[in-house]
Design a protein around this ligand. Structure first.
Ligand code: ZN
Length: 322
């Protein structure tokens, strides 16, 4: 029997200037910076994780912010919009809030599902969506983005493809999602309970240019798996389907495998266990540069090569929120 994911684990994108990145995601969007680390495959670049208070799977947006990065191109073979879930009556507040910090936004969405779409400072397309059934997840509360309006976690991703069939098959047969509806040129698939954080929209654009993954684009979309044993079984199933899957990689806060779905988007399957308090207390998440044990011997060299961030500290816990 095919394994089923419970929904999105995280979305990882490529950004530009790291300070501007923290400003935007932690201050403007009001997410918690739950881990400050480096790209384990390229420790010259930060890897910043944003999410709810604990960095719960399904609330996580992660960025590789790279000063002077070459801009990418939105197009097929990519996740072209990352959507966050917000309370139904908060969109007006968000529109004003974004305007105050100079971010232009557009109201869109579909009947029964209002949305507000805008770009991050590096051109990554983001959307805030009010799920009609609400969202029970607890938000991170900040002075700039009070809890009543705050982001609850991921809502969905939009994957842009030239042809729908192979990608749709991968989502249903390979990941265990189900087709739940069609709106214009979008097909919606859902995992688990079908609530916010379980959804993917496949946008079929046969004539659009192929996307180029670089600055301002999504690098990969990660799906949830409960534990190592299920991940191992899932990896075997994907290999049986003919997919080229990586070894199981130790990402410190979860274990991961990666493969490219037939439409071109890079997928990851990440475990729900471990978590962000494995190397620092919950109260202090994100305040200091954390490195995995195998990079710790190179800490001085790595730290000196990275640009400084305006991170919250013990003496200044609000720095992230100013
Ligand atoms: Zn990832």
């Amino acid at each position: 029997m095919a394994i089923k994911t419970d929904g999105l684990h995280h979305v990882t994108a490529i950004g530009g200037n790291p300070r501007r990145n923290v400003d935007f995601y932690a201050r403007t969007l009001g997410l918690r910076l739950v881990k400050t680390t480096v790209n384990f495959d390229d420790p010259g670049v930060y890897h910043l994780y944003y999410g709810d208070a604990e960095g719960t799977p399904g609330t996580l947006m992660t960025l590789f912010p790279w000063d002077g990065v070459t801009p990418g191109r939105h197009g097929t073979g990519q996740a072209t919009t990352t959507s966050f879930s917000v309370p139904e009556l908060s969109l007006g507040w968000w529109e004003e809030h974004l305007k105050r910090v100079g971010v232009e936004s557009t109201r869109n969405g579909s009947p029964g599902e209002e949305a507000l779409t805008f770009l991050d400072p590096d051109g990554l397309r983001l959307s805030l969506v009010a799920h009609p059934q609400g969202d029970p997840r607890d938000p991170w509360d900040t002075p700039l983005v009070p809890a009543e309006y705050a982001i609850r976690g991921l809502h969905s991703v939009t994957m842009q493809v030239a042809k729908e069939d192979a990608s749709a098959d991968m989502l249903t047969d390979g990941l265990g999602l189900r087709f739940v509806g069609e709106h214009g040129d979008r097909l919606r698939f859902a995992a688990g309970d079908g609530g916010p954080g379980t959804l993917v929209d496949v946008l079929v654009t046969p004539n659009a240019p192929r996307g180029l993954v670089a600055g301002g684009t999504v690098h990969h979309v990660a799906w949830r798996v409960p534990d190592d044993a299920t991940q191992r079984a899932w990896r075997d199933e994907l290999i049986d389907r003919g997919m080229n899957v990586t070894e199981i990689l130790d990402r410190r806060y979860f274990h991961s495998i990666y493969f490219r779905e037939p439409g071109g988007t890079l997928f990851e399957v990440a475990t729900d266990d471990i978590g962000f308090d494995v190397d620092e207390p919950l109260l202090e998440l994100g305040r200091a540069l954390k490195l995995p044990p195998w990079l710790e011997p190179r800490r001085d060299q790595i730290q000196n090569a990275l640009p400084r961030l305006n991170l919250p500290t013990e003496n200044n816990p609000e720095a992230q929120r100013v």
